[in-house]
Ligand binder design. Structure first.
Ligand SMILES: [Zn+2]
Length: 91
């Protein structure tokens, strides 16, 4: 048994201006709800394994720092168009 955090991966389809978006918790921090275009959203693997999960801007930028900037690589540009908004979730 591993002592991994429980993740809530529930997803909700949302129609905005005749376009289908998806709303879910950020797959990494689980602290914000992100609404995104599932075709364009940034996604990462938890602990570098399993399927890719959609991530919020904060988590994406942390990944960018660790895996790109700190290694002397160009950062990957954040795709603002993939996201509708972010909402802090009070827990
Ligand atoms: Zn996050």
């Amino acid at each position: 048994m591993t002592n991994k955090k429980q993740y809530n991966d529930e997803k909700l389809g949302v129609w905005i201006d005749d376009k289908m978006y998806v709303a879910s918790f950020c797959g990494i921090c689980q602290e914000v709800v992100i609404t995104y275009d599932p075709q364009q959203v940034h996604s990462l693997r938890r602990f570098n394994e399993g399927e890719r999960v959609p991530v919020c801007k904060t988590c994406f930028q942390k990944w960018n720092k660790i895996h790109r900037l700190d290694k002397g690589l160009q950062p990957i540009l954040f795709n603002e168009k993939a996201y509708v908004d972010e909402q802090k979730v009070s827990k």
